[in-house]
Design a protein around this ligand. Structure first.
Ligand SMILES: C[S@@+](CC[C@H](N)C(=O)[O-])C[C@H]1O[C@@H](n2cnc3c(N)ncnc32)[C@H](O)[C@@H]1O
Length: 320
C-alpha cells in the first residue's frame, strides 16, 4: 500500500466530471431518492436523521470515519463523540450503522475507520493543545465503568463487537499503519501509530474485486496498510481527515464505476473526492455547515460543479 498512487487527474473518467452534484442543506425523501436514482450529492444534517430518508438497499458501498469519542469538539448541537460514556457513544454509532445497513445493498460493503483512545489517568482537564485547537477540550470524561485510569479503551473492537451483535459480518480488521505519526510525550508505552479500518458486510457473499488493487510484486493486498497521514490546510486544527490513499483502495475493492458510495460523516469530503476520481457517484452527509461548505469547495476544486453554488474565486485557492 505504501507504493499506491492516487488516481491522477488525467486518468480519471472525464464524463463524470462534467456531471453536477446536488447540494442540499435541507434534504427530503424526494431529494434523497433523486440522488439514489442517478446523481451525486452532499447533504447537510444529522447522519441518522438524513439516512432515514434514504430507500432500503440503495447504496453499494459505505466508507467513513466517525468522530472519535471525547477527543474533539466540533462545536455543533447533535454532534457525535461527546457522549458522557463510551458505552453511549458505541450505542449511538451502532444505531446509526443500523440505518447504514438498511440503506446498503445486500451485496454491499461497509469500510469503517476508527481510532482508539485512553482513559484519562485521573486528570480531569485536557491542557490546551496549541498544535490542534479542536483537541483543546476543557473537561475529560470520567474513566468508563469497568476500566482503570491510563487504560487503552479498545473503542474500535468494542464497536466492532457491537456491530457483529447487530447482524453485521465482520470480515477484516485492516491496520492503518501511519509511518509519519505524531511523536508522543508518554514514556511508559510505545507510541501509538495505527488505527483500524474494519471491513463489514451485510451478507456472506458480497461485491469485492480482489484484483482491483495489487500489492508489491503483484501480490494480493494484506491487512496492514501503510499510509501517511496528510494535512489539509483548510481543515487544519478542526478535525482529523483521512488520507485519500486510505479510501481509494476501499472504493476500488467494493464498487464499480457508476456505483453510489456513501459517507455519513463527510467532514472535508475526502470520500466524495476519492469516489469521484474513480468514476463512482457519491453521497455525503455532514452536520456542521462550515465543514459542509468546505467539502463543496474541495469538490469544486476537483472540477465538479455544485448545483446552486458558485465558487469561482475560492475554487482555485482550495489546496487539496
Ligand atoms: C472524523 S471527521 C470526518 C473526516 C472525513 N473523513 C475527512 O476526511 O474529512 C467526523 C465528521 O463527522 C461530523 N459529525 C459529527 N456528528 C455528526 C452527526 N450527528 N451527523 C453527521 N455528521 C456528524 C463532524 O462534524 C466531522 O466533520
Amino acid at each position: 500500500m505504501a507504493n499506491s498512487e492516487t488516481t491522477a487527474r488525467s486518468d480519471r473518467p472525464s464524463t463524470l466530471f462534467a456531471e453536477p452534484f446536488v447540494v442540499d442543506d435541507s434534504p427530503t425523501v424526494e431529494s434523497c431518492a433523486r440522488i439514489v436514482e442517478s446523481e451525486s450529492g452532499v447533504l447537510l444534517g444529522d447522519a441518522e436523521r438524513v439516512l432515514k430518508m434514504f430507500p432500503d438497499r440503495s447504496v453499494q458501498m459505505v466508507v467513513t470515519s466517525p468522530p472519535y469519542w471525547s477527543l474533539r469538539d466540533y462545536h455543533i448541537d447533535g454532534q457525535i463523540g461527546l457522549e458522557k460514556s463510551v458505552y453511549q457513544y458505541i450505542e449511538r454509532l451502532a444505531d446509526i450503522f443500523d440505518e447504514v445497513k438498511r440503506v446498503l445493498k445486500d451485496d454491499g460493503t461497509f469500510w469503517l475507520n476508527i481510532g482508539d483512545s485512553y482513559t484519562s489517568g485521573g486528570r480531569k482537564w485536557r491542557a490546551p493543545d496549541g498544535k490542534n485547537k479542536a483537541r483543546a477540550m476543557s473537561v475529560r470524561p470520567d474513566t468508563p465503568e469497568g476500566l482503570k485510569p491510563k487504560e487503552l479503551i479498545g473503542v474500535p473492537w468494542r464497536l466492532a463487537f457491537a456491530l457483529q451483535s447487530r447482524g453485521w459480518y465482520l470480515r477484516s480488521d485492516i491496520v492503518w499503519d501511519k509511518p509519519n505519526c505524531q511523536p508522543e510525550s508518554v514514556k511508559d508505552r510505545p507510541t501509538k501509530c495505527h488505527e483500524y479500518m474494519f471491513l463489514l458486510t451485510k451478507s456472506e457473499s458480497y461485491k469485492y474485486d480482489v484484483d482491483a488493487v495489487k500489492g508489491p510484486n503483484g501480490r494480493r493486498i494484506r491487512d496492514v496498510w501503510s499510509v501517511n497521514t496528510r494535512s489539509y490546510k483548510e481543515a487544519a486544527g478542526h478535525f482529523a481527515i483521512y488520507p485519500i490513499e486510505l479510501v481509494e483502495p476501499c472504493v476500488k475493492f467494493g464498487s464499480s464505476e457508476g456505483d453510489l458510495i456513501l459517507d455519513p460523516f463527510l467532514g472535508s469530503g475526502t470520500s466524495a473526492v476519492a469516489a469521484s476520481r474513480l468514476g463512482r457517484r457519491f453521497v455525503g452527509i455532514e452536520l456542521n455547515p462550515d465543514y459542509y461548505e468546505l467539502s463543496l469547495k474541495r469538490l469544486c476544486a476537483e472540477g465538479m460543479y455544485a448545483k446552486g453554488k458558485v465558487y469561482e474565486r475560492d475554487c482555485d485557492s482550495v489546496d487539496c
